[in-house]
Design a protein around this ligand. Structure first.
Ligand code: F6R
Length: 247
């Protein structure tokens, strides 16, 4: 079974993962090699980003040589929109940690429909050209979704336009206020994620306890996309005590 580490709270988990990421970056910098990170949005990775920002601002961690690829973005959405994942990443990590915007890729929520297929292929190619993802950070949705790989997503899926599950849109609705939550998104696939050399799956809080247990214990199936990641040779779960309650 994929290993699991349980921390007392999300801040402790975030600090531990940020320390691992900082080690990886420093090792690669010493070797003159790039570090390629796969990044997620939502509440879950925020403690990791907070600690990376602190390490940058207080302990001089530099992000030279770091390239990043985010998992997903709403479509259509303007990258300047307050709820876009592009804006979230700029505010939570890229700007305060001093990352160079040209090194940080996120699927473009303004890609016109006729160019989407080509843009998705180009995103996959950019990941390969960067040397592949060294470390992929993931959160899990209550449905077991990973990125915008909603139930039904195939193990071999690639970056593509996807329909968002109703539960995903409902959860995002308060943040969008009066505005309608986009019905679709662009997401890297389960197949793309499985090619990362290392995967860190984070989950915090009581509300995630049941899906964490099912993702680890149910038969792998498209009904719970996270189960499709279990075959990965270097996937570990990082939980707080509340999310680990059903294990
Ligand atoms: C978003 C993503 C999703 C979220 C999941 C959990 O880039 O990858 O899989 O991680 O929806 O969201 P939160 O963290 O807000 O509970």
């Amino acid at each position: 079974m994929n290993p699991v580490t349980i921390h007392p709270d999300p801040a402790a988990a975030g600090a531990a993962i940020a320390a691992d990421i900082a080690d990886l970056i420093r090792r690669r910098q010493a070797e003159g090699r790039p570090t390629v990170l796969g990044l997620a949005t939502g509440a879950t990775p925020v403690p990791v980003y907070r600690e990376l920002v602190r390490l940058h601002q207080e302990e001089g961690l530099g992000f030279e040589g770091v390239r990043s690829f985010n998992l997903d973005e709403y479509w259509p959405i303007d990258p300047a929109h307050p709820r876009s994942f592009a804006r979230f990443m700029r505010e939570e990590l890229f700007v305060p940690a001093g990352l160079d915007p040209k090194d940080c890729r996120i699927p473009d929520g303004l890609t016109p429909m006729p160019q989407l297929a080509e843009a998705c292929r180009a995103y996959e190619q950019a990941i390969r050209d960067a040397g592949g993802i060294d470390l992929q950070l993931l959160g899990i949705g209550l449905s077991g979704h990973i990125g915008f790989n909603e139930p039904g997503a195939l193990a071999g899926s690639r970056t593509r336009l996807v329909e968002l599950a109703e539960s995903t849109r409902l959860r995002a609705a308060p943040a969008f206020g009066e505005e309608e939550v986009p019905k679709r998104g662009i997401s890297v696939g389960i197949g793309t994620i499985l090619e990362a050399r290392q995967i860190v799956l984070l989950a915090f809080g009581e509300e995630k306890a049941e899906i964490v247990a099912r993702a680890r214990q149910d038969e792998p199936s498209v009904a719970i996309p996270a189960t499709l990641l279990r075959s990965h040779p270097d996937l570990r779960w990082v939980l707080d005590e509340a999310a680990a309650r059903r294990l």
